[in-house]
Design a protein around this ligand. Structure first.
Ligand code: 5GP
Ligand code: MN
Length: 316
């Protein structure tokens, strides 16, 4: 169990220490990367030593984020000492991979917004009402007493913008909009960020064309499925946006993307209108939010698909 902290307590804790390792979840998305980079910028403004670690590659699609090149991998720096390991946007220890072994920290701090949070850290700030971890960070940065600049604002705006589906999802609240508005005042440029995120590589669109041909329906059209099999899979092609094509179809409640990342390992992404897909993901060792969740199933795609579709069928 974690000590559940207020955000003020987290700010005080951070200001009391000097040497930090910050880490987002594996398969890092805009919120994970944006929150981690923004906290680095803020803590450095407060005079702290900060290192960023992630047990994964950072997707090329986020190459526009300031300082994205400063992430190192745990394999490259075993035995890193720090006062605090701060884990951002990750709800469980297995979501940070080998970082936990590589970093010798006095304590782990976790700042998160996932309903599936497992209370793994020593100190936790969890706000499941926040649309994004970046929304939480917006308040935290102010508590740290630093002046946000355009780079910091760009990172946080990207985190909020991606996690609330460009302010379209139900997790978008007045607080989300207020945080975004502040970030615009601090210098974030919404057109630059949405252009950077909305411009896809040719390989991305070419793969999408192939993946859309796999679109199929189950449970009388309540479940839609798209698939990336071993032949189609290319680790260098970002597929994060693919699920939205299966999601917004008349009659569809749950959309699923199955991605064969290895012959016996299948990544599953789920989105829903009503059904609690976090609960389904959790039953396969994953997690997420009620309407957006994921898991990794250690089975070939066809077998993973049977099991997951069976669980979804029961949950509908
Ligand atoms: P995505 O489908 O975009 O990978 O993930 C959707 C949501 O579920 C995100 O909020 C993500 O953090 C969470 N999620 C995805 N995969 C996993 C997983 O394997 N474990 C946990 N705990 N959460 C996941
Ligand atoms: Mn998030």
């Amino acid at each position: 169990m974690s000590k559940n902290c207020t955000l003020e307590e987290i700010a005080v804790l951070l200001l009391e220490h000097d040497k930090f390792v910050l880490c987002p979840h594996v398969s890092p998305d805009g919120d994970a990367l944006g929150s981690t980079l923004a906290l680095k910028i803020a803590l450095e403004k407060a005079g702290k030593k900060v290192m960023l670690m992630v047990d994964d590659d950072t997707p090329k699609a986020f190459g526009f984020l300031p300082q994205i090149e400063t992430f190192v991998k745990p394999d490259e720096c075993a035995e890193t000492e720090a006062d605090l390991l701060v884990v951002l946007d990750a709800s469980s220890l297995d979501r940070i991979g080998k970082v936990v072994q590589a970093v010798k920290a006095k304590a782990i701090v976790n700042i998160d917004h996932h309903i599936s949070n497992t209370q793994f850290a020593d100190y936790l700030y969890l706000n499941t009402e926040a649309a994004a971890t970046a929304e939480i960070l917006c308040s935290l940065v102010e508590m740290l007493g630093v002046e946000p600049d355009k780079d910091l604002a760009t990172c946080l705006y990207t985190g909020i913008y991606t996690d609330c589906g460009s302010f379209r999802f139900g997790n978008t609240t007045p607080a989300t909009m207020r945080a975004a508005a502040k970030l615009l005042e601090y210098g974030a440029r919404p057109n630059e960020i949405s252009d950077a995120l909305g411009t896809h590589t040719r390989a991305n669109i070419e793969m999408l064309a192939k993946v859309l041909q796999t679109l199929s329906f189950y449970n009388n059209g309540a479940v839609s499925v798209i698939e990336i099999n071993n032949d189609l899979y290319d680790k260098d092609v970002n597929t994060d946006n693919f699920i939205s094509f299966a999601r917004y179809i008349e009659g569809v409640d749950v959309a699923v993307l199955f991605k064969a990342v290895e012959p016996n390992v299948t990544r599953v992404s789920m989105r829903s209108q009503n059904t609690d897909v976090a609960a389904i993901a959790l039953s396969f060792g994953g997690g997420g939010h009620i309407r957006a969740a994921g898991c990794t199933v250690e089975l070939p795609l066809a077998e993973a698909k049977l099991k997951v579709l069976d669980a979804i069928g029961k949950a509908l």
